[in-house]
Ligand binder design. Sequence first.
Ligand SMILES: [Zn+2]
Ligand SMILES: [Zn+2]
Length: 263
Amino acid sequence: MNDKALLETAEFYGKKLLYWRYKFTGLLAEINKRKLYEKKNCSSIFEFAAKFGGLSEEQVRRALNLDKKFEELPNLHAAFVNGEVSINKLLRVAAIATLENEEKLVSAAKILSNRAIETFVRDEKENGLFKPQIEVKSVHVHISEEVTKRLAELQEKGIDINELISAALNKREEEIAEEKAQPVGPAKSRPVPAKTKKLNKKEFGTKCSIPTCKKPSEVIHHTQTFALSQRHDPNYLAPLCKEHHEIAHAINLKVREKRFACR
Ligand SMILES: [Zn+2]
Ligand SMILES: [Zn+2]
């Protein structure tokens, strides 16, 4: 077997192994309740799980805890017992699960990668995605020595420097609003044109545009499905980090467009 085939085969078996392990793990709580491990000459569910599934005590304990936690949450409980979702993901969503959101959590856990699920849970904790956060944090503003000196000189002259800075900030906002108001024709190609990219950067900077996220933006996401709109309208473009992009396509916008087709 050559290197590529060897790796691919190992990956293939590894995936199958995980799949069956989730299924096996999902049955343990019920076997424990019915004390069926005794029929296999095991003294406990831990011995049973080790013998027949190669699970550690810790893994069994986690499974039993999850089963208890999901007692009142039918959707999550079913996903767990049927082994549809990995234990790792279930542990992550368990922290925020309620009767109201559990259905949404199951579909999120089925679609999203581990990293995106982590981000998704954090967002849910911080009270929902895409909702602007009304929160004034004390931010350290870096002003260069040169600008500080120039402002100080103006202040000395009795000029209101806050008004001056406000005017500059307002001008920036007006420029962006004006550029965004320009009519946008059908796109010539799939990638976002350089000019639109530049405007997007001017408005959002270099970070993900989800208010609570500080990760660098990696992709310009079309909040109106490009396949339908056929336009790169800057009013419907949002720079997102990898995880929020995955979430945007999987859940929030119910867009099943090919992932990462956004540029
Ligand atoms: Zn996208
Ligand atoms: Zn983000």
